[in-house]
Ligand binder design. Structure first.
Ligand code: COA
Length: 228
């Protein structure tokens, strides 16, 4: 295997032309994937929605989205492609979502996650999300509860310092290297951890859907503050 030079990861707005790659990650990451037209609808019709991708050249390594609801950022979806996990992609995406939230005046960020989704819970805990409640039998595929996780005030000193410190850690991470097939070279320990990752965590497709499946908590009816 011949290593190529390290690559740049760029977090950028999701575009309609990104949707085939986004949907491939979606299907590989969630037991109840959103249909790709749901993302298209979000991008084209939902003024509250913000969707981001992590690009590496012409590859998409991960994506995340949220709805900005008055003073709250509600994270709706979040996934990293299997080959790219444990490389800091999730952290880069979350930092970008939180930056955008602050820029748009959100006071806190919130989401739902499966109790069984250890990788996602660890990521959110690292960034200051705390469990503030439970939605009983929230996920209709297996009737698993959802944990509601919310940050402290984004403009507060504690969160600002936490984010600044984590941002510095992410910036100091070793560069990601790609193999000759353009896939990231993953250290053995990281690969084992990533392989052990829970299959998913997201939820119902925008526009309605019977199944809750991830942080993607939001459907249009929840704009009225009903987070189900
Ligand atoms: C959750 C997910 C997005 C994390 O993405 P990622 O790019 O691998 O995350 P990162 O490399 O940025 O990891 C950041 C932190 O997340 C946590 N984490 C990520 N993967 C983990 C794992 N397998 N086990 C334990 N903690 C993990 C750790 O706290 C890690 O920080 P550390 O490296 O200092 O230990 C990814 O596992 C995923 O796509 N899962 C399937 C979809 C999903 O569940 N989405 C979330 C729905 S709520």
């Amino acid at each position: 295997m011949v290593a190529r030079p390290p690559v740049m990861i760029v977090v950028d707005r999701m575009k309609v032309e990104d949707l085939p790659a986004v949907h491939e990650i979606e299907r590989a990451s969630f037991t109840t994937p959103w249909p790709s037209h749901a993302y298209q609808h979000e991008l084209e019709n939902n003024r509250l929605a913000q969707y981001l991708v992590a690009r590496c050249g012409d590859q998409i390594a991960g994506f995340a989205g949220m709805w900005l609801l008055v003073d709250e950022a509600h994270i709706t979806t979040f996934a990293t492609a299997h080959a790219w996990r444990r490389q800091g992609i999730g952290e880069r995406l979350l930092l970008a979502l939180l930056d955008l939230s602050v820029a748009r005046g959100a006071h806190e960020a919130t989401l739902e996650v499966r109790p069984s989704n250890t990788p996602a819970r660890r990521l959110y805990e690292k960034y200051g999300f705390k469990v503030v409640g439970v939605r009983t039998r929230y996920y209709s595929d297996n009737n698993e509860d959802a944990l509601i996780m919310t940050t402290d005030a984004l403009e507060g000193r504690a969160m600002k310092e936490r984010i600044a410190s984590l941002r510095a850690d992410v910036a100091a991470r070793p560069d990601i290297e790609l193999d000759s097939d353009g896939q990231p070279i993953v250290r053995a320990a990281d690969h084992a951890a990533a392989s052990a990752a829970a299959p998913d965590a997201a939820q119902p497709p925008p526009g309605g859907g019977a199944v809750n499946d991830g942080p993607r908590t939001i459907r249009p009816s929840s704009v009225t503050r009903r987070r189900v």
